[in-house]
Design a protein around this ligand. Structure first.
Ligand code: NAD
Length: 281
């Protein structure tokens, strides 16, 4: 996207995956986007196919390729929903090519996170565990609730995803836990599931439970359990298009942003919401 043009040219990486296909299909319905590249793993059966046809749309005239640098060359923004393996190297390539990045991959290790931090010195980057507007509102509400309810309420997070999901807990559940920490003003001790004689629940503990099965797109519930009452904040995604549309919104944001690391809160303007000042007994 340039000052002269209102068009945003994108390259989709992981183009034949569940998310990549929805990004392509949703972008096709929005005239502001032009899809100029589609990248897949060297072993993908989609290589050589038309990216639009593979995504269930009309032909796009863009062939799915494994040549990352070549496919990105004409793009202003790279939207990457490929898997965590090779993530750091891909991000280094985007930074070297000077491409703004929208990164959706979850389960990224420390090397991947460091690559994002380095890339953000050169290009604008949004790396979000969840691009849904509703989930990002849930994050803001979770921070609020944690601040208001305080340590008198035990917090647990339950997430459920489809049986194909490879990482656990979900990146969104991890983010929600960080929101609880931010609201409480302290880092709670993480517990991932429970088993056996694990003892009574310790104060200052935050457990995350990952449920897997069927075709569930993504459910997250944050439970605040106190004496005599319980608050539950829930978001349920029923279509991957919510993530795809959020990622495309982020693409328009980074296309005009200065280099730096941005969150979906920045994209949606939620970062400006201040925490309430409350007095607890
Ligand atoms: P998927 O397995 O259906 O698709 C991943 C695709 O990436 C596959 O087609 C695979 O061949 C391709 N790929 C693997 N290595 C590659 C490489 N080096 N270069 C190019 N392509 C490569 O998975 P999915 O359900 O589409 O999810 C993809 C990622 O996005 C996961 O990490 C998932 O957790 C994450 N995700 C994020 C959000 C979000 O809002 N941030 C939402 C849904 C999924």
């Amino acid at each position: 996207m340039t000052e002269q043009s209102s068009e945003c040219s994108i390259c989709v990486v992981g183009a034949a995956g569940r998310m990549g296909q929805r990004v392509i299909a949703c972008a096709r319905t929005m005239p502001v986007f032009r899809i100029v590249g589609a990248v897949e793993a060297p072993t993908s059966p989609a290589l050589g196919r038309d990216a639009g046809v593979h995504a269930g749309c009309e032909p796009l005239g863009v062939t799915v390729s494994s040549d990352l640098a070549g496919a990105c060359a004409a793009a202003t923004v790279v939207i990457d929903f490929a898997l965590a393996e090779g993530f750091a190297a891909r991000v280094e390539t985007y930074a070297r090519l000077g491409k703004a990045c929208v990164l959706g991959t979850t389960g990224v290790d420390a090397a991947g996170r460091a690559a994002v931090a380095r890339a953000a010195e050169r290009v604008p980057v949004v790396h979000a565990p969840n691009f849904s507007v509703g989930v990002n509102l849930l994050c803001a509400l979770t921070r609020y609730a944690a601040a208001i309810l305080g340590e008198a309420f035990d917090v647990e997070i339950v997430e459920m995803h489809h049986r194909q999901k490879k990482d656990a807990p979900s990146g969104t559940a991890v983010r929600l836990a960080e929101m609880v920490d931010a609201g409480r003003g302290t880092a709670l001790h993480r517990v991932f599931g429970r088993e056996g004689i694990c003892g009574t629940r310790a104060a200052g503990e935050l457990a995350i439970h990952a449920v897997r099965g069927g075709d569930v797109v993504g459910d997250h519930t944050v439970i605040f359990a106190g004496e005599g009452e319980r608050v539950e904040l829930t978001h349920k995604a029923s279509s991957r298009d919510t993530f795809a549309r959020g990622a495309l919104r982020a693409a328009l944001f980074v296309a005009r942003a200065a280099p730096g690391a941005y969150s979906m809160s920045d994209v949606l303007g939620l970062a400006d919401l201040a925490l309430p000042t409350i007095a607890r007994p």
